[in-house]
Design a protein around this ligand. Structure first.
Ligand code: C5P
Length: 221
């Protein structure tokens, strides 16, 4: 079973994906980490984010095992990731890796922005996870403060609005819910309630499997 989870930054989709994967004993890929790793590599090597060819070369050879996850989770790397994620060549370079992960025997859980629309349009279950931008800013502010980052809640709110706009307005694979995604608004939900709702959706799908799966097209150059 392929479970595709898409949604906005700090909506709770990452936590949900991890917990859902553990619940069903499925491997999980946080695809945001791939874009974060490309951005971090470019920053380390002094490569300009406008240099699509060089950024795509980094993406083609990215290995998450070479990165310290804490360094990828910073606010600065998140913003940089959303900039490299606008580059079509970077997205194409990361496509096969994500697609292979989705197609592994037994299934997988992937979370990101374009999983249900581009990476796994054939997913058995698609979830779109969102929350009000104010609530997301509150959560993200708490997280970043706990990581020792010097941020204000207002600054985080502005960054999230910026990131939402860049992610949803880019030309290639913009962030959007798949037509057949089930929406979960986590604004007033606890992580446990969110997990319970997602399990309910998965169980309903298991009881009534999809008859026809959407075709998967590799993004064109
Ligand atoms: O989810 P996370 O905040 O780690 O993602 C960082 C950035 O990577 C996002 O803002 C988005 O621009 C990009 N991304 C993407 N497609 C994905 C996952 C992440 O464009 N599937």
């Amino acid at each position: 079973m392929i479970i595709a989870i898409d949604g906005t930054t700090s909506s709770g989709k990452g936590t949900l994906a991890k917990r859902l994967a553990a619940h069903y004993g499925l491997p999980h890929l946080d695809t945001g980490l791939l874009y974060r790793a490309v951005a971090k590599s470019a920053l380390n090597k002094g490569i300009d984010f406008k240099d699509e060819r060089e950024c795509a070369l980094l993406a083609a050879h990215i290995d998450l095992a070479e990165f310290d996850e804490r360094e990828l989770r910073t606010a600065g790397v998140g913003t940089a990731a959303s900039v490299v994620a606008t580059l079509g060549a970077v997205r194409r370079a990361l496509f096969e890796l994500q697609r292979k992960f989705a197609q592994q025997k037994g299934g997988a859980v992937l979370d990101g922005r374009d999983i249900g629309t581009v990476i796994a349009p054939d997913a058995d279950v698609k979830l779109w996870v969102d929350a009000s931008v104010e609530e997301r800013a509150r959560r993200r502010f708490k997280e970043l403060s706990a990581m020792g980052e010097d941020v204000t809640e207002h600054g985080v709110l502005m960054q999230l609005k910026d990131r939402d706009a860049r992610d949803s307005q880019r030309k290639d694979a913009p962030m959007k819910p798949a037509d057949d995604a089930v929406w979960i608004d986590t604004t007033r939900m606890t992580p446990d309630e969110c997990l319970a709702k997602a399990i309910e959706v998965v169980e309903a799908r298991k009881a009534a499997p999809k008859e026809k799966k959407a075709p998967v097209k590799k993004p064109k150059a």
